[in-house]
Design a protein around this ligand. Structure first.
Ligand code: ASN
Ligand code: ZN
Ligand code: CA
Length: 334
């Protein structure tokens, strides 16, 4: 039985949002018939089982961390916005591009400080955080990040180690960020930070403008960057994407300058003009889906995105391949 109904989510991080839900004989369930039946289950602090979240009046949560349904509303909203982003911007219908939705597992385990995508369940899992380091890890950019791992596993299949692992992680940070911008939510404005809503006491998980600001991520390519954890080698591609989209004179911030050998010599020197987020995202998406393979390196990502930009020249109204090349050179991947 599926009958779409308009509900209201009272989320933790995105304010009050419209949620498309499923009308039951009595009450509603957190399942979206208009988006491949994306749904959300409550794990109630367990690590298996769980059941679909239901509600009598189609108003979900109360914007409070302590409320079991608020985090579910955030997760459901994240799947809806991510669905819309991929469909409306890239023409991709669902993570597998087959019209089928995915599901969320919220309140997973106890004090769980992570969120992750799983290919085996085709689902996202969200912890509540321990309340000291993290709050519930259900923000829009994290949701977009995790679902993008699903997209990558259905397209380039970038191996999750070495340089390809950094490109896999950066792909999730890039599209998680594009989802956040696409939502245009007044409570969670777009930025180039990942996870800025979920840390107790502020801060973020990662920063695409200056990746090294976390004390571990690489701003610039160097031989051996693939030996870093994939969440740190991603910094090179995150930095590339920021410079390609926004350039060096951005209101979002000032990026470090790279020279050969990964020396950060200065901030703000050199000059690049951004091509805009949408064009940059279309180039990355085309490269991900038609150029990258499981073993793609940073050198191959440079070549693949340049080729993608050339192929998209008519669609984008300009050949941005020289801008793509310049942005890679600016992060040291000549
Ligand atoms: N939250 C992490 C991520 O999506 C989980 C992991 O390490 N794979 O990157
Ligand atoms: Zn990830
Ligand atoms: Ca963000």
């Amino acid at each position: 039985h599926t009958a779409a109904a308009n509900g209201t989510g009272r989320t933790l991080y995105s304010g009050n949002v419209t949620l498309t839900t499923n009308s039951l004989t009595s009450g509603y369930e957190l399942r979206d018939p208009s988006r491949g039946n994306n749904y959300t289950i409550n794990m109630a602090n367990r690590t298996s089982g769980g059941s679909v979240v239901t509600d009598a009046d189609n108003t979900w949560g109360n914007n409070a961390t302590s409320d079991a349904v608020s985090a579910a509303a955030d997760a459901q909203y994240g799947t809806a916005v991510t669905w819309d982003y991929y469909k409306n911007v890239h023409g991709r219908t669902g993570i597998a591009n087959n019209g089928t939705g995915a599901y969320n597992r919220v309140h997973y385990s106890s004090r769980y400080n992570n969120a992750y995508w799983s290919d085996s369940c085709f689902c996202m899992t969200y912890g509540d955080g321990d309340g000291t380091t993290f709050r519930p890890l259900v923000s829009l950019d994290v949701a977009g990040h995790e679902m993008t791992h699903g997209v990558t596993s259905r397209t380039a299949r970038l191996i999750y180690s070495g340089e390809s692992g950094g490109l896999n992680e950066a792909t999730s940070d890039i599209f998680g960020t594009m989802v956040e911008f696409y939502a245009n939510n007044a409570n969670d404005a777009g930025d180039y930070l990942i996870g800025e809503k979920i840390r107790v006491g502020g801060g973020s998980l990662r920063n695409m403008i200056k990746p090294s600001s976390d004390g571990a991520s690489a701003d610039c390519w160097y031989s051996g960057v693939g030996n870093l954890d994939v969440h740190y080698s991603s910094g090179v591609a995150n930095h590339f994407f920021f410079l390609l989209a926004e350039g060096t004179n951005s209101s979002y911030g000032t990026s470090p300058t790279c020279v050969a050998g990964n020396t950060r010599v200065a901030t703000g020197s050199g000059s690049l003009t951004g091509i805009g987020r949408t064009a940059a995202a279309k180039i990355w998406y085309r490269a991900l889906t038609t150029k990258f393979t499981s073993s793609t390196t940073y050198a191959q990502a440079r070549a693949g995105t340049i080729a993608a930009a050339q192929e998209l020249a008519a669609t984008l109204g300009a050949d941005y391949s020289a801008k793509v090349a310049a942005a890679w050179s600016a992060v040291g991947r000549n």
